[in-house]
Design a protein around this ligand. Structure first.
Ligand code: SAH
Length: 230
């Protein structure tokens, strides 16, 4: 079973969308588990304080290293083999390749920041790897953690049916996916491309490959760079 542990100040946000649809069904079938830990349970004093003002001044608050470390230490065994990801806009960009690699592992520990983020010292001291879901700033790491989990969970063995195994999806071969059509055959004067109705499997495959290339060149030329044009 793929085990996910989430450290957050907003445990009520989980499972959220991960309780529905593909991920929710997979959870019900025992293919993955979710443990949510409230960092505030390890806060200091009567008010369970978790944050303090930034050293050097400036706006906002920073999650304390000692508080986050004690939350992690209390809940994780020292030999827990799971990667520990800290959601962070400064992190390495998350992508499909990483999602596939993580889905093949034992699970994930996800740490969600809030406010200005976490004290730098706990990142190194507890071996957290910063991961970003894109070049924008969210108000907290919870939505980012859900994004990372969602992308991993749908690739766990048995979560998607064979027919939708994901092998042809966007990014799997370094390209965006080709366009899809379904009935009716003509809609508001727009027909389905003729190649798709031909019944000729080689021709359909050719059309899809061409369209995938065309769309990628148009929208994401960066994906084509460094790809061998074989
Ligand atoms: N001051 C920080 C932003 C803090 S945003 C900076 O400028 O880098 C608050 C929290 O939201 C972060 O600690 C992180 O956990 C989460 N977060 C925000 N944007 C994110 C992104 N693009 N990817 C992953 N996590 C993000």
């Amino acid at each position: 079973m793929f085990r996910a542990s989430v450290f957050t100040l907003m445990p009520d946000m989980f499972p959220g969308p991960l309780g529905a649809s593909l991920a929710g069904d997979a959870h019900a079938r025992g293919l993955w588990s979710l443990e949510t830990r409230n960092i505030r349970d390890h806060g200091l004093g009567r008010h369970r304080t978790v944050d303090d003002t930034p050293a050097g001044g400036g706006p906002g608050m920073v999650i304390r290293a000692d508080v986050l470390a004690s939350a992690l230490d209390a809940c994780l065994a020292a030999d827990d083999p799971r990667p520990r990801l800290l959601m962070s806009p400064r992190g390495r960009p998350f992508d499909q390749r990483r999602a596939r690699a993580l889905a093949q592992g034992p699970g994930l520990v996800l740490v969600c920041g809030r406010f200005e983020g976490v004290d730098e010292r706990v990142i190194a001291a507890r071996g957290l790897e910063e991961v970003s879901i894109g070049d924008y700033v969210l108000s907290g790491g919870e939505v980012a953690a859900m994004v990372v989990l969602d992308a991993c969970l749908r690739m766990l063995p048995g979560v998607m049916g064979k027919l939708e195994s994901g092998a042809e999806e966007s990014f799997e071969d370094g390209l965006l996916e080709y366009p899809h059509y379904t009935r009716p055959r003509e809609w508001e004067g727009r027909p389905i491309p003729e190649a798709l109705l031909s019944g000729d499997h080689a021709r359909i495959a050719r059309w899809r490959a061409q369209e995938a290339l065309r769309l990628t060149a148009e929208r994401r030329p960066d994906l084509l760079k460094g790809r061998d044009s074989g």
